[in-house]
Design a protein around this ligand. Structure first.
Ligand SMILES: [Zn+2]
Length: 462
């Protein structure tokens, strides 16, 4: 049996890591030369919260019941997801049942924490350092000694609030957070027993969303000679150096995995989906919502939809989640949906150019399309180069900022996967893998039987 250590880098993109920057990331380069590596096909949608949990369970978004940070509860209200929304076992649950010890740091949707055979520290959706964000409780003291606990889980408290930070402040906080997170990882790696160890770093995601146009010359809102043009690469170099220190601490029989949940892609702009639906007469807001948007931009909430008068409504930043109101559509449902797909694909960019928009029907992509959280349609405007902006109170069809701030990159379909260790064959670059294959691969390396309800096969690593 081999121990498994996972270094999760949120949103690390294959193009930057495998092609452009590999020579400047010697630790990661060494792992690719020793073991094998691949592009990783993320979940639909490639949302952080969905993707990490699919990776850690072997299940698709519909089996997880997770599509985004928010969902519509049975009373029609918008709620934030938490660990109680997860519908299946994750790797550490399976390992706990087999008496294997896990240490899991910062994976999203681990708040409130559930008991595990080992240690669990929540991810960026934690509401703070409290009794629900760490297990067992003694770990709280260790975290308090590391620095400012307000920035331990994320750079700003509140969903998406990092988008409102100035770049200097964002960078300062990203480093402060990462240092604390890595200090905890290094401490626990050597002071506690474990068979499976995973740490996930969100700093890359926070930087990438905000800093893309400072270095990508092809970005339509590129900032020339920005003082931050090398900030993202330098942060990766810092992570690579830290990874080298961590690898030195690992027991010799450990298999190391470096992985991301999705990639990143420059964002041309945002399409105000709900404005478009309202203009077509498909979406009607409640009186309360109409009053609210008179005061300015506001985040979309499911309770703002007048369900008596609405045929379709949308949610979701980056990708769009489109929901059909079956009660109002009746027999028109199938033909309406077909027409809607066509119309969505025909939305042009702000200069009238056609977009390469993809629209997925739930029954074509999910195993459990009957789950109520399942969007009827998932839309990638221009294959994710354009984002969806469901916020209300926006002017017209296009925007460059959401209700919480502006970003210049969004999530892309593919992330990275690298694996190396004594049991892993040196195969170099292999064909693209499916994100769900990571769980059965971990189980196989650890010689733990794969539960029957995971039907995806492990990656061939030996
Ligand atoms: Zn992510």
């Amino acid at each position: 049996m081999s121990k498994v250590f996972i270094f999760g880098i949120d949103g690390a993109s294959p193009k930057l890591i495998f092609e452009e920057w590999l020579d400047e990331l010697p630790t990661i380069k060494k792992l690719t030369e020793k073991g094998l590596y691949a592009k990783l096909n993320s979940t639909i949608p490639p949302s952080t919260i969905t993707a990490w949990n699919s990776m850690m369970s072997g299940k698709d978004s519909s089996e997880l019941g997770i599509f985004s940070f928010t969902y519509k509860d049975k009373d029609g209200q918008t709620k934030l997801v938490d660990s109680n929304n997860i519908r299946c076992d994750r790797v550490w649950d399976i390992l706990s049942q087999q008496n294997k010890k896990s240490i899991v740091l910062h994976v999203p949707l681990t708040y409130p924490v559930k008991p595990v055979n080992g240690i669990m520290v929540s991810g960026f959706l934690a509401l703070g350092l409290d009794n629900q964000s760490v297990y067992p409780l003694e770990i709280k003291e260790k975290i308090e000694q590391l620095g400012n606990p307000d920035f331990f889980f994320d750079v700003a408290v509140g969903l998406g609030r990092h988008k409102a930070l100035e770049i200097d402040e964002l960078l300062k906080r990203v480093y402060e957070m990462t240092k604390m997170q890595l200090s905890l990882a290094k401490d626990l790696l050597i002071s506690k027993e474990w068979d499976f160890f995973m740490t996930m770093l969100i700093g890359t995601d926070r930087l990438q969303h905000m800093i893309w146009r400072h270095f990508d010359k092809s970005h339509r809102r590129f900032i020339e000679n920005s003082p931050h043009k090398n900030a993202l690469k330098n942060y990766y170099i810092y992570l690579d150096k830290e990874l080298a220190k961590i690898i030195k601490l690992l027991p010799p029989d450990t298999t190391t995995i470096v992985v991301s949940d999705h990639g990143m892609i420059k964002q041309e702009g945002k399409i105000n989906l709900n404005n478009w639906l309202m203009e077509k007469g498909y979406l009607v807001l409640t009186d309360e919502a109409q009053e609210k948007i008179k005061q300015g931009k506001t985040r979309f909430k499911f309770e703002f939809v007048d369900m008596e008068k609405t045929k379709v409504y949308g949610a979701g930043a980056y990708n769009a989640r489109v929901f059909l109101n079956k009660q109002n559509l009746g027999e028109e449902l199938a033909s309406f949906r077909q027409k809607l797909i066509q119309d969505l694909k025909e939305i042009p960019d702000d200069q009238g150019n056609p977009l390469d928009t993809k629209v997925y029907k739930k029954e074509d992509i999910y195993k459990k399309p009957e789950n109520p959280e399942c969007p009827d349609l998932t839309v990638y405007f221009d294959d994710l180069r354009w984002a969806s902006n469901p916020d209300l109170g926006q002017e017209g069809l296009y925007s460059w900022e959401s209700a919480v701030g502006a970003d210049s990159a969004g999530h892309a379909r593919q992330g990275i996967f690298i694996i190396a260790g004594d049991k892993i064959k040196n195969k170099g670059k292999i064909n693209d893998i499916d994100i769900r294959q990571v769980t059965p691969t971990i189980l196989r390396i650890m010689e733990v039987k794969k539960p029957e309800d995971i039907d995806i096969q492990p990656i061939k690593v030996d």
